[in-house]
Structures are given as structure tokens and as C-alpha cells.
Write a protein that binds this ligand. Structure first.
Ligand code: SF4
Length: 151
């Protein structure tokens, strides 16, 4: 997801409309840009989710599928998480709690397989690494006292 997506979702209430690339009528903002993403149709997102659950797809193939179905691949993949039997994610998504929770990934009752495990320790170290500057000793001391390990 990107900033423009969030901006479009925040701008609601505009009654003016414009035509999307495929000729459909969509709401637009004051500057003329569509205020909602034309790919954020609940039905088409669900259809793409169902399609992605019926076959093995990766992110690269989900994007053209979303373009073809005119449905958001991001929200489709997110809604497919609950029913997916195999989910492949980068280390950072798996190991960093905030990222994992933001992705809607739940590990309870799951089997986790770590590929390329020889990189695991280095990745964990880099994910949970914090650099504290000595130029601000009071801040560094405060940070060390209040540091909570985010698993
Ligand atoms: S395609 Fe999906 S992620 Fe992209 S702007 Fe539309 S709703 Fe947002």
C-alpha cells in the first residue's frame, strides 16, 4: 500500500465524479484525481481473493491478475490470508511483531518453515538492532532504560 492509496481512502464525501481508465464513473477529489481507487471494489476484491486461493500465486503474478480483474491485489491478498494454506513472506514480516500484526499474519496453530536459515540470526539482529547516539547521552540513557524488546 502506498501514500496515495491512504489519501484516497481518507478523502470521502466528494460528490463529483470522473471517468476511470476503463470508462467507469468514480468519485473524484477537488484536484480532479479519483478520490477512491477504482480497484477497491468489494466484490472484485473478493473475486480476486477467491481466484488467488484457487491456485498458487505470488505477488508478481497477483498484480497482473488484479489489473485484469480490476481489483486491488493488496487487499485481495490480505483478505486471502485467513483461508490460505501456504503463505510465503520475507523474514521481516515474519519476525517483526509490528510488521506481522500490521500484515494480519497470525502464527497460532501454524507451521513455520524458515528457508535460508543460515541468514536467520543476522536478520533477527538487523531487525531488532537499535543504534543509540552518544552525542545525546541523556537521550541514550533514557532510551536504554525504557527500551522494550519488540519480538
Ligand atoms: S490498487 Fe489497492 S493498494 Fe493500490 S491504490 Fe488501489 S486500493 Fe490502494
Amino acid at each position: 500500500m502506498h501514500i496515495r492509496c491512504l489519501e484516497m481512502q481518507r478523502k470521502k464525501g466528494s460528490s463529483a465524479t470522473c471517468k476511470s481508465d476503463d470508462g467507469r464513473t468514480v468519485k473524484k477529489s477537488k484536484n480532479g484525481a479519483p478520490s477512491t481507487c477504482p480497484y477497491l471494489s468489494t466484490q472484485r476484491v473478493q473475486d480476486l481473493r477467491d481466484l488467488s486461493l484457487s491456485q498458487v500465486v505470488d505477488v508478481e503474478s497477483l498484480i497482473p491478475m488484479g489489473r485484469e480483474q480490476q481489483a486491488c491485489p493488496y487487499y485481495s491478498s490480505r483478505s486471502a490470508l485467513a483461508d490460505a494454506q501456504l503463505i510465503v513472506v520475507p523474514y521481516a514480516t515474519l519476525l517483526h511483531r509490528s510488521t506481522r500484526e500490521a500484515s494480519g499474519l497470525k502464527l497460532q496453530n501454524s507451521v513455520v518453515i524458515i528457508d535460508e536459515a543460515h541468514n536467520l540470526l543476522e536478520t533477527i539482529s538487523s531487525i531488532h538492532n537499535v543504534q543509540v547516539s552518544c552525542s545525546s547521552p541523556i537521550f541514550a540513557l533514557y532510551f536504554c532504560i525504557n527500551f522494550k524488546y519488540d519480538r
